[in-house]
Design a protein around this ligand. Structure first.
Ligand code: NOJ
Length: 529
């Protein structure tokens, strides 16, 4: 049996920004239900929904105070049940965000844990004495702002660890009771019919057992993100993380056909280890397309080496963006956005589309007084704020773009271009990136070479990245002009009869007997005939 997710494509919904149905300027679960027809029309296979659980919203829902309920902003458990039923009726899977590294400091577990050193839940979190001079137990720094990841608790005279905000205390996964309680959350959602989870902050969930200091980073320069002042060798990606990965996988596999995805910002060698022996993640997210320079030789070297490094059983994964990274259309330039989408949807592996990338949505400039993301607020001037990539989905050209009613203020501003670039207007433009995305999703279904085929590296030429995909006798060749110049791509294999299956320019391209002429920012898929 080939698992559904192998040829499948995941669509990430950031629920605050997808569709508001209650008139408060924040999206909700009923909004997602309302838009399921759109997602089915687009042709994705699964919807990953970022957190909607009860939360004080210090980190917009990644600070959870009850993992088994829904924040009233987003709806109720009954809404979630309805989402699952309705999605399944449209052949869409539902993937939830599972946040096990930390809870909110307002979670009853933490309230209990901090109540006394003798609390039965004291050891559910990571508490340590101060050094003799009163300073934190070690030099670890937190993600948002690069301050110490230890927070002093006056009442019980100890520090607790928080890899992210101080309102997000880290759970002690080495404690068997805490671990069981956390794993039971997966069981709770799977019993309700959820098809998979995306595990948040995977690489930090186990820490060095002796809490050794992280070494200083000799390459860090003043003015850069202070989080990288140290090399996170003891606070992240420690050898015991593989025990943790296996605990998750064992629990996952108590249920049939569920997908385990990890949030894993890692290089290829480490990523490969997160598959374990088929007993860790199905898909440790490969985010390297987000971090690699957008240039043919760099991208080719990434794709070739990653594909070659994977063990036979391991299936690749790809993403161009998410709610933590600047929009792909802004990073690579609006003119390249279609090439990027063609790359994402023709590489071997399970790809994830971040909501709005199918419209080429760009970062939206956020004025300082509108900024709400704690990362941006705690790291001023570094461009790390995540509000620009979290703005409301652009559905149509009505006021507020169809995201919320016209007399309501959306929680973040819409892009200035929403009246031109939205689902309704792009549907009418055959050449729009929305229709290209839809066609690419359909081609993955129609052609096994694209959905499941092996990856064939081809020589790089100039700023053209080309590769093949093969399944049985079907061969597709994808040729991407990653630059702004006209160019010719020559390949002796072209003498075999190929035809153009799709061009990002919307026509049949310019195929000659032994070369292909590419316009600026043009991507072409060829297929043998
Ligand atoms: C990764 C999530 O994607 C991000 O949004 C969040 O702030 C951190 N983990 C902490 O949960």
């Amino acid at each position: 049996m080939t698992e559904w997710w192998k040829s499948g494509v995941v669509y990430q919904v950031y629920p605050r920004s997808f569709q508001d149905t209650t008139g408060n300027g924040v999206g909700d679960i009923q909004g997602i239900i309302q838009r399921l027809d759109y997602l089915a029309w687009l042709g994705v296979d699964a919807v990953w929904v970022s957190p909607f659980y009860p939360s004080p919203m210090a980190d917009f829902g990644y600070d959870i105070s009850n993992h088994c309920d829904i924040h009233p902003l987003f709806g109720t458990l009954a809404d979630l049940d309805e989402l699952i039923v309705q999605a399944h009726a449209k052949n869409l899977k539902i993937i939830l965000d599972y946040v096990p590294n930390h809870t909110s400091d307002e979670h009853p577990w933490f309230i209990e844990s901090k109540s006394s050193r003798k609390s039965p839940k004291r050891d559910w979190y990571i508490w340590h004495d101060a050094k003799p001079d009163g300073s934190p137990p070690n030099n670890w720094v937190s993600y948002f702002g690069g301050e110490s990841s230890w927070e002093w608790h006056e009442e019980t005279q100890q520090y607790y660890l928080h890899s992210f905000l101080k309102k997000q205390p880290d759970v002690n996964w080495r404690n068997p009771d805490a671990r069981k309680a956390m794993l039971d959350i997966i069981r709770f959602w799977y019993a309700r019919g959820v098809d998979g989870i995306r595990v948040d902050a995977t690489i930090v969930s186990m820490k060095d057992a002796n809490f050794k200091d992280d070494p200083l980073n000799p390459e860090w320069c003043e003015g850069e993100d202070p989080f990288y002042r140290v090399l996170h060798v003891h606070s992240e990606n420690v050898p015991e993380i593989h025990d943790y990965n296996r605990w998750l996988r064992e629990t996952n596999d108590e249920f049939e056909d569920r997908l385990l995805i990890g949030e894993t910002y890692l290089n290829t060698a480490d990523l490969v280890s997160y598959y374990g022996q088929e007993d860790e993640f199905h898909l440790p997210y490969n985010f390297q397309l987000i971090t690699t320079p957008w240039e043919a030789t760099a991208v080719k070297s990434l794709v070739d080496s990653y594909d070659a490094a994977l063990p036979d059983f391991a299936w690749p994964s790809w993403a161009l963006g998410n709610h933590d990274r600047h929009r792909v259309a802004t990073r690579v330039g609006a003119a390249q956005a279609k090439v990027a989408m063609m790359l994402l949807l023709t590489l071997r592996g399970t790809s994830t589309i971040y909501y709005g990338d199918e419209l080429g949505m760009e970062n939206v400039p956020i004025a300082p007084e509108q900024e709400v993301d704690p990362w941006g607020i705690l790291s001023p001037g570094l461009g790390l704020g995540r509000d620009p990539e979290r703005t409301p989905m652009q559905w149509d050209n009505s006021p507020n773009g169809g995201f919320c009613a016209s007399d309501v203020s959306p929680w973040l501003p819409l892009s200035a271009n929403f009246t031109l670039e939205n689902v309704a207007t792009q549907k009418e433009r055959p050449n729009a990136i929305l229709n290209l995305t839809r066609t690419l999703l359909q081609l993955r279904k129609d052609h096994n070479a694209l959905g499941l085929g092996s990856y064939l590296p081809l020589d790089a030429q100039g700023n053209v990245f080309a590769y093949g995909r093969k399944h049985g006798t079907e061969v597709c060749v994808i040729v991407l002009n990653m630059g702004a110049q006209d160019t010719e791509w020559r390949w002796e294999g072209l003498t075999a009869p190929f035809k153009v299956l799709l061009s990002t320019c919307g026509d049949s391209g310019s195929l000659h007997p032994d070369f292909l002429r590419l316009r600026p920012h043009e991507g072409i898929i060829l297929i043998n005939q």
